[in-house]
Write a protein that binds this ligand. Structure first.
Ligand code: ACO
Length: 335
């Protein structure tokens, strides 16, 4: 068995900054409510004149990650792309990356696990590298949320939270088996699928029917979230996933050098930080600037933490996420 490690990181966020005050011009909300409940000050939303999409942003982040890895696009053996906001219902964004980056006809897999998407994607790539099937894998998380949000007062409890962006990692076979991805743990609980969902269009409620009904009250194609229910489960599952990863590696919480939690809500991150007794410099948060970018959030945060010099060789880095599905999981890395 081989081991895998991250050898290149990149991120891309749209230029267009949308502040909480900007949102208060679109809907009945305000800076104080948003900051107090979520910690978010601003987010990036793709400008309507921009050509950015999830795949386009993913390709921009991927080019940076590949360049920083010291490899070329032709060295990449496989693509894993995580998103809940793909450019097309099908095919997925992975094949678009193969085309946009002019890669050879390598395989491309899309992961649809929402906020846990990047954790799942890293785990999938890790298994392929461990078995020796592939040597270098490009893993991307990207979201174009702003195109599909209800930006009226009706949708305010969801739409103020989400932002657009992308991140990418190049994962590669590691020669040193003490370093790299030490473990990944993945979970789901589908009985709560409808607590955080975009329900339509679905195969029973397809586009022609929606157009025919032309019902202005049909909000099935906007995200729905039972916020308090999700919050209560998130704090429990985040903790479990981190503990599970540490226990599998016979490590105590004191061993964590950097925790990168999915950026769902600053209050959730702060709760986890307190529960694990971590100092401010042991937890990285950037939700204040970007909001919740779902499958992109962990990889954007990991990239920014690394760019800021907050992750050094030999550090124990823990990634953890929880979200729609419900799905959750963790990845433990010896950097
Ligand atoms: N501005 C002003 N007021 C608002 C807004 C807004 N944007 N949104 C809701 N309100 C109002 C509500 O109408 C309600 O008013 P009422 O008391 O008069 O009825 C009040 O504020 C409280 O609303 P709640 O929804 O109860 O607010 P809550 O404290 O639960 O915060 C939040 C909402 C921020 C969404 C929180 O529940 C949360 O973060 N949940 C977890 C999110 C999460 O972890 N998601 C997982 C990842 S996402 C994914 O997987 C795609």
């Amino acid at each position: 068995m081989y081991n895998s490690k991250i050898i290149g990181l990149g991120k891309y966020v749209p230029e267009n900054v949308v502040t909480n005050n900007d949102l208060s011009k679109l809907m009945d909300t305000n800076d104080a409510w948003i900051q107090e409940r979520t910690g978010i000050k601003e987010r990036r939303w793709i400008d309507k004149n921009s050509e950015d999409t999830s795949a386009v942003m993913g390709a921009k982040a991927a080019r940076i990650a590949i360049e920083r890895s010291g490899l070329t696009k032709d060295d990449i053996d496989f693509i894993v792309f995580a998103t809940l906001s793909p450019d097309y219902y099908f095919p997925g964004c992975g094949v678009q990356i193969q085309d946009m980056l002019e890669m050879p006809t390598i395989g491309a897999l899309d992961v649809r696990n929402q906020c846990s998407g990047f954790i799942y994607a890293v785990s999938v790539a890790d298994q392929f590298i461990k078995t020796g099937m592939y040597k270098n894998i490009l893993v991307i998380g990207a979201e174009y949320h702003s195109g599909g949000l209800d930006k009226t007062t009706r949708g305010r409890s969801v739409s103020v939270i989400f932002g657009d962006g992308a991140g990418a990692a190049v994962m590669s076979r590691a020669e040193n088996t003490d370093h790299g991805i030490l473990s990944s743990h993945l979970h789901s609980e589908g009985k709560y699928a409808k607590e955080l969902i975009v329900e339509g269009p679905n195969i029973k409620h397809w586009v022609p029917q929606m157009l025919e009904e032309n019902n202005p009250d049909d909000i099935s194609y906007f995200p729905y979230m039972n916020g308090q229910h999700v919050f209560k489960h998130a704090v429990v599952r985040f903790s479990e996933a981190i503990m599970e990863g540490l226990a599998a590696n016979k490590l105590e919480k004191e061993a964590i050098d950097m925790l990168i939690p999915h950026q769902a809500n600053l209050r959730i991150s702060q709760f986890i930080q307190k529960k694990f007794g971590l100092r401010d410099n042991q937890v990285f948060n950037n939700i204040q600037k970007y909001g919740n970018t779902t499958a992109a959030s962990v990889i954007i945060a990991l990239t920014e933490a690394w760019e800021a010099g907050k992750i050094k060789d030999n550090d124990l880095v823990v990634l953890a996420a929880f979200g729609s599905g419900f799905t959750w999981g963790s990845v433990v890395i010896r950097w």
